[in-house]
Design a protein around this ligand. Structure first.
Ligand SMILES: Cc1ncc(COP(=O)(O)O)c(C=O)c1O
Length: 385
């Protein structure tokens, strides 16, 4: 049996008619960027989060950049204000995330300051944040990784104590909940990626930011489109972070099914957990009591990860690695002088995690096949350290 890591075709076939209809609309309306479909999606997305504002963007990376910029973090905002501080402003960010979360901090001329994660949630460790705060710290970025919300209450408390902004990177956690409320709505701003493989995915690049802060919303709206107030009248310098109309159309269709697809992922996750429970060598992801996990990824932990991955590959099961190397050990951050041992949890976990295939349409037969092959691995000779 062949089991891809992700199968986007099945989902597409289930909504094909609606998508083609929407595409025909866009093509005949000839409004290709930030038109009615984008506006409609922005309204639906804001409403579904019970927040006032949403700005559709060109990607999750651009959403993060837009949010940091509009919050006035880093050098660019100081240039806007006509002065330049000698020291760099700092932003606290988890060390195990996709590099988009941290590279955009550097892009606004601030310094990403890494923090280790909790062993059981893979999310930023609230107890490790305070020691990293300096007079230059401006914000904390919370990434709700793999679909599980981070423990927000203690983080918000720290942010409040030191007067810091909180940015929630929800790229992997659409409609996940913390204590019954959707993520992205706790901090100053929530940022989202709609990269095709995400739980809510476009058919190309797209993203969004959400907020209840009108001033921040107005700034993000301006920065999204070259700082315009009206055509060819530029209040400030900005950039081009506009969402394409075809992506707005796709997202407007897909958002209606997001609840159902999320329940599908949760079904797959609980079947995996049930079947993997008897394999003592495998640690399955835990859903925290405060969280509704949306299982963007299903991360297991095993001590012989690479061998298990090749065993599964040989039997037609594709797996993923999220992520094989924590950010502080990437060449991109070599200049910061980090070394092995600085973030022990992230370093240990990155050698043990393996992402199993997960998507809402996965059948019980497919899940059983994956688990049977994991079982076979641990009961055979291939399992030797
Ligand atoms: C946690 C996180 N942040 C940001 C991004 C960047 O999103 P995009 O690929 O849409 O730019 C991703 C995408 O993989 C992500 O997983």
């Amino acid at each position: 049996m062949q089991i891809p890591f992700l199968d986007l075709k099945l989902q597409y076939l289930s909504i094909q008619k609606e998508i083609i209809q929407e595409f025909n609309d866009v093509l005949s309306n000839t409004s290709y960027i930030c038109g009615k479909k984008v506006k409609n999606f922005e309204e639906m997305f804001a409403k579904s989060h019970n927040v006032k504002y949403c700005v559709g963007t060109s990607s999750g990376t651009d959403s993060l950049h837009l949010a940091y910029w509009a919050l006035g973090i880093g050098i660019s905002s100081q240039i806007d204000k006509g002065y330049l501080k000698k020291e760099m402003e700092e932003v606290i960010v988890p060390v195990n995330t996709y590099i988009a979360t941290s590279e955009t901090i550097s892009m606004v001329g601030a310094k990403p300051v890494f923090v280790d994660h909790q062993e059981d949630t893979f999310n930023i460790d609230p107890n490790a944040i305070e020691e990293k705060i300096t007079p230059m710290t401006r914000a904390i970025v919370v990434v709700h990784l793999y679909g599980q919300p981070a423990d927000l209450d203690p983080i918000l408390k720290i942010a409040n104590k030191y007067g810091l902004f909180v940015i929630e990177d929800c790229s992997q956690s659409h409609i996940a909940e913390y204590k019954g409320k959707r993520v992205g709505t706790f901090g100053n701003v929530g940022t989202f990626s709609f990269y095709p493989g995400k739980n809510l995915g476009a058919y190309g690049e797209a993203g969004a930011v959400i907020t209840n802060d009108e001033n921040l919303f107005q700034k993000m709206l301006r920065y999204r489109q070259h700082g315009v107030v009206e055509k060819y009248n530029h209040d400030i310098e900005g950039h081009n972070y506009r969402m394409e109309e075809l992506q707005g159309a796709v997202l407007g269709v897909k958002i209606k099914y997001l609840n159902e697809w999320t329940e599908g992922r949760r079904r797959v996750a609980s079947k995996y957990k049930e079947l993997l429970a008897n394999i003592s060598e495998v640690k399955v992801p835990e859903e925290m009591t405060y969280a509704k996990h949306v299982y963007h990824l299903f991360e297991i932990r095993v001590s012989n990860r690479d061998k298990l991955a090749s065993h599964l590959r040989a039997r037609g099961v594709e797996t993923g690695l999220h992520y094989p190397k924590p950010l502080h050990l990437q060449n991109a951050y070599k200049y910061r002088g980090y070394s092995e041992g600085n973030f022990p949890v992230a370093e240990r976990v990155s050698k043990e995690i393996l992402s199993l295939p997960i998507y809402s349409e996965m059948t019980d037969e497919q899940i059983c096949y994956v688990v049977e092959n994991i079982k076979e691995f641990f009961s055979s000779n291939s399992y030797s350290k």
